[in-house]
Design a protein around this ligand. Structure first.
Ligand code: GLA
Length: 385
């Protein structure tokens, strides 16, 4: 759906024109998985697809949300002073609204808002973060709050943590808010210091393979992983002066493992610490032009997410294995929270077609599900259009 069609839709649903259009992208993550809430590094980039939002302010205290992606849900309405969670898609924008209010921002009048996302839902490409960030950008603009994009990313994360109940880290909202065309972001999730890294992959493309496998327990498993990391951290803090697991170096692991003792917690900690080191090493290799080396670390990242963090599952494992076995693939790994969603791979352009055919066939034979493939284009971050 293009913007003109969305404007027509807005008029049909709300009986007047939309005043402004906003966009926030979904994200891919090249490497650095489950490190963000462990105070480590991530290396995501914004995609060219994401969530569009058309909105107009109202004169009363009503807020109305409509999504072209969930048309059967109709308009979801609430009063500004009585925002409740309903376990529906509108919890994301409602959470953002509530988070602004809790931060002391005064919102006296409501708005009508129509959303359209071209990020596949539930694919691990951060459709939810793009809804949060685009809502935050709209509210910031309409009510002149003057928040920076990083503040808006934090509001999105808080909304998801406290209102939706998913204890995600900052990576997705940060990438959506701060993305830059043709660049990935090396983000230190402990300090939020970041730098852009141009991604000029000569003759190589970023292929995203959607397993089309949705795992219902992703949220609860995610929160469990996060609390296991917190438990491991408490145990190592008896000897190490660290605030986050990723402040440990791989060489600290033998001592740290003695302190943690529990086999499961040791595995979770080992993933966080080694993945953080892999991320820094991978970015250093990329800067030297060693894409092959970068790809090998992507494979190692998947292995660690499978064996130590145990967040891959049959679909992501089958897809990563199929991709890794193809000629022309430099590296492949699962991406995002895990259990379902997408893998990401670096593929030599001349093999792109063949890889999609071969990996697609093998995956479908194993899972009996048809996958989907996208060639990722790295786009800019959230903005008013
Ligand atoms: C999800 C979360 C992120 C991050 C990834 C795993 O996408 O929203 O904060 O933790 O999982 O790296």
């Amino acid at each position: 759906m293009d913007i003109n069609e969305l404007k027509t839709k807005f008029k049909k649903i709300f009986g007047r024109d939309g005043a402004a259009v906003f966009f926030a992208p979904g994200r891919a993550n090249l490497i650095g998985e489950h490190t963000d809430y462990n105070g480590g590094y991530v290396f995501p980039c914004a995609l060219t697809f994401g969530t569009y939002l058309i909105a107009s302010k109202r004169h009363d205290s009503k807020v109305n949300f409509y999504s072209v992606n969930f048309e059967n849900e109709g308009v979801i309405s609430a009063d500004l002073n009585d925002i409740k969670k309903e376990n529906r898609w509108a919890d994301y924008p409602k959470g953002v609204l509530e988070t602004f209010k809790q931060a002391g921002h005064i919102i006296n009048t409501g708005f009508d808002a129509l959303y359209f996302g071209d990020v596949p839902n539930g694919a691990g490409l951060s459709s939810s973060a793009s809804i949060e960030v685009v809502t935050a950008v709209m509210i910031n603009d309409f009510y002149n709050f003057g928040c920076s994009l990083i503040e808006l990313a934090k509001i999105g994360q808080k909304a998801e943590n406290n209102f939706v109940g998913m204890n995600c880290g900052i990576m997705d909202q940060f990438a959506s808010a701060m993305g830059k065309k043709d660049n990935a972001i090396l983000l230190d999730c402990n300090t939020l210091e970041y730098s852009y890294c141009p991604i000029a992959l000569n003759g190589i493309s970023i292929l995203i393979a959607n397993t089309n496998y949705n795992h219902k327990l992703t949220g609860s498993q995610y929160n469990t992983r996060r609390s296991q990391c917190e438990e491991a951290l408490k145990l190592v803090q008896s000897r190490f002066k660290v605030n986050y697991l990723c402040q440990l170096k791989p060489s600290d692991l033998p001592k740290a493992e003695d302190l943690v003792k529990d086999e499961t917690l040791i595995k979770r900690m080992r993933h966080a610490v080694t993945e953080n080191a892999r991320t820094l090493e991978a970015v250093a290799l990329l800067k030297k032009g060693d894409i092959e080396g970068f790809g090998k670390l992507m494979d190692a990242s998947h292995a660690s997410l499978k064996n130590d963090y145990e967040v891959t599952g049959p679909a992501l494992d089958a897809m990563a294995q199929a991709l890794q076995g193809c000629d022309g693939v430099l590296g492949a790994r699962m991406m995002g929270g895990g259990f379902g969603g997408c893998c990401i791979a670096l593929v030599k352009n001349e093999f792109l077609e063949e890889v999609q055919q071969k990996a697609g066939r093998e995956y479908e034979a194993a899972l009996k599900i048809k996958p989907a493939f996208y060639i990722a284009q790295i786009g800019a971050g959230a903005r008013k259009l």
